[in-house]
Unconditional design. Sequence first.
Length: 272
Amino acid sequence: MALDQLNDKTEMGFLDHLEELRWHLVRSVIAIFVFALLAYLSTDFVWGTVILGPTQPDFWTYRKLCELAEVIGSPQLCIDTIPISFQNREMAGQFMMDIMSSAVIGLILGFPYVFWELWRFIKPGLKGSEKSASRGAVLVVSFLFILGVSFGYFIITPLSINFLANYSLSDLIKNDIDIKSIVGMLTMLTLACGFMFQLPVVSYFLSKAGLVTPALMKRYRKHALVVILILSAILTPPDVMSQVLISLPIIVLYEVSIIVSRRVEKKSQKNQ
């Protein structure tokens, strides 16, 4: 009888946790939906400025490159034409791309809130020392995500578009690109950079769990470099410049992760 009551309490506790997680997820989905709806209602701005912006010569990145070209006296750096146009091949194509782009923007804008909701669910299960050690986690994760998304959007995407738009096999072939292609490219590059910039955070928690040490990360630094280059080649268009540009910050973040792991190890040894 007593054992049955104990099992009932354990089961109720588990169900209570599931119910709590469900509401955190529901609120997260609502936040993403609200941002996605705002993006959908701002179609002219989203498509005219955000999505198609990197395909226009007056985009911020191209203007800064032209300013740099003027300062250093290297006119070839200035990008003033991008030979590309877009088309829709499906009856519902533009509508579906509007929905998809709104959903992606909703996910990006809602990410800090979504992580905050998940962190609220995880935090009560942490010990006192773990709570204090992970203070500011939401701020750090959100900052790195926004930094990664910005890097992907303002650096990787425009340079990739410029390279691919000017790559020509023959003057008879025109770059009439399906809108699915530009949306897919923007989504892949921005989200990939956003999540890859979380490397120091991943290193911190793996180090806290004892799964990663600074010595281990140093020993496999060359292997990590190869993996980063392979991932860069997969995630970026097939041009060397884009691959190098996305690889460099990840390599820097890997070195930062070693420093983070070292600090975690020193703190653990001090507390023992």
